[in-house]
Design a protein around this ligand. Structure first.
Ligand code: SAM
Length: 240
C-alpha cells in the first residue's frame, strides 16, 4: 500500500517510516510512504503557502495553488488510483471499521492542514473525504496522519508478527474490547495470574477470555454491545 503525505513538515513522514510496525511494514515491502511539501510547489522568492483570511479574523489560511500542485504531483507519481483524504476536526471520526476499509485501498493521499486550515475551494475540488481523529483540535494534520497510517499499517497482511493479533485486539470483527493480559511472574506482590490461564485447558481459557471481553465491554463501552451481534451463548455469559 502506498501513502503520499502532503505536509509542510515532510521530515515528519521520514520519522513515521523509521519506527515500529510502520517501519517494519516498510522494510517488508508492505507499504511505502512519500512526503510532498507544498512549499516546493509555491512560487516567488518567499515560496508562500498561506495568506490572511478574507473577511478578517485571526490566523492564516493555506493557499489553493501550492496544495493543488503537490496533490496532483503525488497523484501522478503512481498509476494506482488514490483516494485523497483531508485530516480535519470536521471530518467523520476514524473508527476501526473505517481503518479496515482504508486498509483495503491501494493508495491514500493524506492532506495535512496547518494554521486555520485550507482554502475551502481546494477541499471541494481535490478531496474525496475528510477524516477526524477525535473531537479536539490539533495544530496540524501530521499527528492525525500518523495515527491513520499506523492503524492502517498494522492491518496489512504480514505487518504484525502474529496474524491473529489484530483480530484479537479491541474492535476486532466481534466488535468487543480485548480481554486483560498477564505475563510472568505468576505470583507478584500486586496479585496472582488468574488460575485458568495456567490450566492448559484451551476451551476454558477461551471461555474466560470471552467472558472478560464481554464484561469489560459492558462496563466500559456498553454502546459497543448493541453493534456486536452477540450469540445466545454470549448473552448467557453476560448474565452469569
Ligand atoms: N480551523 C479549523 C477548524 O476549526 O476546523 C482547525 C484548524 S487546525 C488548528 C489545523 C489543522 O490541524 C487542520 O487543518 C487539520 O489538518 C488538523 N487537525 C486539527 N484537529 C484535527 C483532528 N481532530 N483530526 C484530524 N486533523 C486535525
Amino acid at each position: 500500500m502506498r501513502f503520499d503525505i502532503v505536509s509542510l513538515f515532510p521530515e515528519f513522514v521520514a520519522q513515521l517510516a523509521a519506527h515500529g510496525v510502520v517501519g517494519r511494514a516498510g522494510e517488508r515491502g508492505l507499504l511505502s510512504l512519500y512526503g510532498w511539501n507544498p512549499r516546493d510547489f509555491a512560487e516567488g522568492n518567499y515560496r508562500r503557502v498561506d495568506d490572511r483570511p478574507f473577511g478578517g479574523g485571526p490566523g492564516m489560511v493555506m493557499l489553493v495553488d501550492p496544495l493543488r500542485a503537490a496533490i496532483r504531483a503525488a497523484r501522478a507519481a503512481d498509476p494506482a488510483p488514490a483516494k485523497t483524504i483531508y485530516l480535519s476536526p470536521q471530518g467523520s471520526c476514524l473508527t476501526q471499521a473505517k481503518v479496515r476499509d482504508l486498509a483495503s485501498q491501494p493508495r491514500l493521499i493524506l492532506l495535512c492542514g496547518r494554521y486555520e486550515g485550507v482554502d475551502e475551494r481546494l477541499l471541494q475540488a481535490e478531496v474525496d473525504e475528510e477524516i477526524s481523529i477525535g473531537d479536539y483540535v490539533l495544530s496540524g494534520g501530521e499527528l492525525a496522519a500518523a495515527v491513520l497510517v499506523d492503524a492502517v499499517a498494522r492491518l496489512q497482511e504480514g505487518a504484525l508478527n502474529d496474524a491473529d493479533s489484530a483480530e484479537q485486539d479491541s474492535f476486532g470483527s466481534d466488535g468487543l474490547l480485548d480481554c486483560p493480559h498477564y505475563t510472568r511472574p505468576v505470583e507478584h506482590e500486586l496479585g496472582a495470574v488468574p488460575e485458568v490461564l495456567l490450566s492448559g485447558n484451551h476451551a476454558e481459557i477461551a471461555r474466560w477470555r470471552r467472558m472478560q471481553a464481554l464484561g469489560r465491554t459492558w462496563l466500559r463501552r456498553p454502546d459497543l454491545l448493541d453493534e456486536a451481534g452477540l450469540s445466545k451463548r454470549d448473552r448467557a455469559l453476560l448474565e452469569a
